[in-house]
Design a protein around this ligand. Structure first.
Ligand SMILES: Cc1ncc(COP(=O)(O)O)c(C=O)c1O
Length: 378
């Protein structure tokens, strides 16, 4: 029985040819031809004023926190149901994370709970578009505008997803992307900062280049470069950008395949899920999702663990997802306690994600759905 992994990176086109091309060009550090190509392609296809490739989504979030000039004691509202980097980036600047609960349907932040969490210290809100399904941005933006808050979209899952026809990542002053191995489009480790507020562009370039104006120097706008501001090394090698460029060129093919994978799960699990009271992913009609993942909500933690073991015994890796940040060691240091985010706490216990990658075959998917349907809810 061949094991079916949860995730598997795969080549979709010109990746290796472009990596060789970067090498042959004699420029493999950052800001080479492929970095520029990726940035231009993303900016143009999303309609964003400026895109900067970064070494990860984590680093793009750190850049966002630096750009917001947060001060110790400032508060940033973000979901507890997210990856640790969504919080860490702001905590690194001395800010306090204030955890907001999620909606039980889309698992995105519950926009109706936002207003009540805003204090005189609140500076920003970070919507995470979970599974590439848009948060309720009309409401989030309206609340943020009324209270003068910056919006930073953590769009790690949501590249090319849309909310009411508009691309995710184009709503906030800033947005962040991930090109980690587990994402639809990847270069192993990588990310991008989308800059919608053009006033932040010049400083973002400086922060990404170790706090120097080297980007302006490369463009011939200054005759030497020097230390200008805070910053770090957030610029990826052009070798990674070359790999990414090939994946971006194949984005339509990747998305079409992932859509088939997602729809296969939906079609073949719907009846079983209904009979057993297991919710499948919820995609509201005004959201175009990215087909990033397929998850099930089992009735309880014990059932979820039994499901994972059941699948594993059949050679299939299915896995849980985020552990609530407000209940982590770090989250508790910020006052987090059980009951603060009740929906997050129960979803975190119940969620399981099925294998999902670009070249998952129908035969393997048939094995996965058959194994899932054999699982009996006690
Ligand atoms: C919502 C979210 N934000 C940020 C990240 C961090 O991404 P990266 O690994 O590119 O730093 C992840 C990782 O999967 C994520 O799920």
């Amino acid at each position: 029985m061949t094991p079916i992994p949860f995730n598997k990176p795969c080549l979709v086109g010109q990746e290796l040819a472009y990596v060789s091309q970067a090498l042959a060009s004699g420029w493999i550090s950052g800001d080479g031809a492929f970095t520029k190509k990726c940035q231009a392609r993303l900016a143009q296809s999303l309609g964003v004023p400026q895109v900067l490739l970064t070494t990860s989504c984590t680093h793009a979030l750190e850049m966002a926190a630096l750009l917001l000039e947060l001060e110790p004691g400032d508060e940033v509202i973000l979901p507890s149901f997210t990856f640790v980097s969504t919080a860490n980036a702001f905590v690194l600047r001395g800010a306090k994370p204030v955890f907001i609960d999620i909606r039980p349907d889309t698992l995105n932040l519950d926009e109706t709970k936002l207003e009540a969490l805003i204090s005189s210290r609140t500076r920003a809100v970070v919507p995470v578009h979970y599974a590439g399904v848009g948060c309720e941005m009309d409401s989030v933006l309206d609340t943020a505008r009324r209270h003068g808050l910056s919006v930073v979209e953590d769009n790690a899952h949501g590249l090319f997803g849309r909310y009411r026809g508009r691309y995710l990542g184009t709503f906030g002053r800033l947005a962040t992307q991930s090109f980690h191995e587990t994402k639809n489009i990847t270069c192993g480790e990588g990310g991008a900062l989308l800059i919608n507020d053009a006033r932040l562009i010049e400083r973002a370039e400086i922060i990404r280049e170790k706090g120097t104006n080297r980007s302006r120097f490369f463009r011939g706008q200054v005759d030497k470069y020097t230390w200008m501001d805070l910053g770090s090394s957030y610029l990826p090698s052009d070798l990674l950008a070359a790999f990414l460029c090939a994946q971006l060129e194949a984005a339509d093919k990747i998305q079409a395949h992932r859509r088939r994978v997602w729809e296969f799960y939906q079609e073949h699990l719907l009846g079983w899920a209904k009979d057993n009271g297991i919710p499948l992913p919820c995609v509201p009609p005004h959201c175009e999702q990215t087909y990033h993942m397929f998850h099930l909500l089992l009735p309880s933690l014990a059932q979820r663990q039994a499901f994972i073991a059941h699948m594993k015994a059949r050679g299939i890796m299915s896995i849980f997802h985020y552990v609530p940040l407000h209940l982590s060691d770090m989250g508790r240091r910020f006052g987090g306690k059980p009951g603060d985010c009740p929906v997050t706490e129960q979803i975190s216990d119940r969620i399981v994600r099925l294998p999902f990658y670009n070249d998952l075959t129908e035969a393997d998917q048939m094995r996965i759905v058959s194994a899932a349907r054999e699982f009996r809810i006690a």
